[in-house]
Design a protein around this ligand. Structure first.
Ligand SMILES: [Fe+2]
Length: 236
């Protein structure tokens, strides 16, 4: 699957991502590691890779461009997904935000933020090839591959200044919602506050962001992405 010709050639063949013809190293999360966050956590699913992460495909300053591939599969009635994580605090009260783009396939983001009354406010975003999605400060996120017949390939640009925190998702056995064949199903380990469904474009517009193709932006217009290091630059 040819993802880009320029400014770098990116091609995904099997589970190997080639950058200008050279294979990149990657890490995989296994199905057994996912057991903690599945709706059907007690059921044993055939082990193997659940998804693959290619870090530092492109670097600019302290920002990095990664690619993630979620192969098509189901865990019973639940769609394949990432584990889910939160980011560290970048400025007082604001964690590092992130930008994603869908390079192939279709999916749903489940974002969540713990409100003052200990409930999760959730944002659901359906997305497909070409869409750019903004993860605002303080929101954890899971990406779900909602097409069981094709891989979901996404890229993201984020600060390199922290490590993702997976513990909140482990503790609650997943996000506040699971994405199943029957739709979104609430995780009863989580109290839920406000929920809303946004388009990818609306996630950008809320913070008055105009962001195009992420590889293009980070390679030719990186100053525009400074808010990823300093979220206090964002419009409320
Ligand atoms: Fe993230």
């Amino acid at each position: 699957m040819l993802l880009y010709e320029t400014p770098i050639k990116l091609e995904l063949i099997g589970r190997t991502l080639y950058k200008d013809g050279k294979p990149l190293s990657y890490t995989s999360r296994t199905v057994s590691e996912m057991a903690d966050v599945l709706i059907d956590s007690k059921k044993a699913f055939p082990d193997g890779p659940a998804y693959h992460m290619y870090r530092d495909v492109f670097l600019w300053g302290s920002l990095r461009y990664d690619v993630t591939v979620i192969p098509p599969r189901m865990y019973g009635d639940e769609y394949a997904k990432t584990y889910g994580h939160y980011h560290a605090e970048a400025k007082k009260g604001l964690t590092y935000p992130e930008l994603y783009q869908i390079l192939s396939g279709e999916g749903t983001f489940i974002m969540q933020r713990l409100s003052k009354d200990d409930r999760f406010d959730c944002i659901f975003v359906k997305c497909k090839k070409g869409d750019v999605i903004f993860i605002p400060p303080n929101y954890g996120h899971v990406l779900v591959n909602t097409n069981p017949n094709s891989p979901l390939v996404s890229c993201n640009v984020v600060s390199n200044s922290f490590s993702a925190d997976y513990s909140g998702y482990k503790e609650n056995h997943g996000a506040a919602y699971y994405c199943t064949k029957d739709g979104l199903t609430q995780n009863m380990n989580c109290l839920v506050g406000r929920t809303e469904t946004l388009t990818p474009k609306a996630t950008l517009e809320r913070c008055k962001l105009e962001i195009g193709d992420l590889l293009e932006e980070i390679s030719s217009n990186p100053d525009k992405l400074k808010f990823l290091e300093d979220p206090s630059l964002l419009s409320a």
